[in-house]
Design a binder for this molecule. Sequence first.
Ligand code: 2AM
Length: 201
Amino acid sequence: MPDKTRTFLAIPVPDKIGEKLTRLQAQLAPDVPDVRWASATATAFHLTLAFLGDVADVDLVRLCRAVNDAAKPHAPFELRLEGLGCFPDPRKARVLWVGMTGPGLEPLARLQKEVAAAATQAGCPPEDNRFHPHITLGRIKVGRGPARDLSPILRHHQTWSAGSFRVSEAVVFASTLAPEGPIYAPLSTARLEGEKPETSP
Ligand code: 2AM
C-alpha cells in the first residue's frame, strides 16, 4: 500500500479576519450548543476550493506544481465575508458557516475551477465537483437530540460581516485526523501573480 496524505486546496483566512470569526463564534456559542467549533489555531480558518481526499505521496509534488501553475496567472482579488448559512439546510443544521458576497465571487469561481481542473489533470480529482464558497465556523455534533433549526440565528446574522480581505494565494493543505480534531499543514503555497485587467473609464 502506498503512503497517502489527506489533501485539500484552500484559501487561508488572514489572522485579522480569523479574530472576527472567533468573536462571532463566542457570540453564537450560548445559542448553539454542542458544536465542534473550528479553531483559528489548531485548524486555521480557510475557504476550501477542493477536497481531494487521499493522495499518494508520490503524486504530491506533481499536484503542488499543477496547482501553482494554475493559480499563478490569476490576479489577487478582494473577498467580502458576509452572512451565515448552514449545510445541508438551516432547519437540519450540521455545518454552520460564514458566506461571501460581492464582486470577488467571480474571480473566486474562476480560480476554483482552474485549480480543481489542474488537480484533476495531475491525477488527483476533487471528491465533489460542486462549489459553494463558505468558511466553516463549526460542525454540530450528531446524535445529541433532534435536528437543530438555526433559521432564526441565520436571520439575525444576515447582515453580519467580517469585512473584506485580499486573496493572494492558494494553498495545498495536508489534513491529519487526530482525536482532538484535524490538524492542517500547508504543503505548498501558490501566489496569485496575475495583473488585474484594466477597467474601462
Ligand atoms: P469545509 O470547507 O466545509 O470546512 C479539510 O477536511 C477541509 O475540506 C474541510 O475544511 C472541509 O470542509 C473540506 N471538505 C470538503 N469535503 C470534505 C469531505 N468529504 N471530507 C472532509 N473534508 C471535506
